[in-house]
Design a protein. Sequence first.
Length: 89
Amino acid sequence: MKSFEIIVSGKVQGVGYRFFVLKKANLYNIRGIVKNQPDGSVKIIATGKQANLNIFIEELKRGPSLSNVSNVVFFEIPVQDSETFKITY
């Protein structure tokens, strides 16, 4: 298991991006959180198997149809203990 902090920039607020992330996290058995940031980006803490995280991150680069992802930055962090994936506010 690995954990990543992921910051997604672009048109990612007000377009259903967090719900898209939640759906993909559940699909790929990823645990963690997704949260809008004051600067207009979205922050994700994701924990799962490396192969699943790789696919998940590729999905994040595409986003839902109304989004326009301009940048995805991610880095490994210490493994986070989370039982589910949820949207936080």
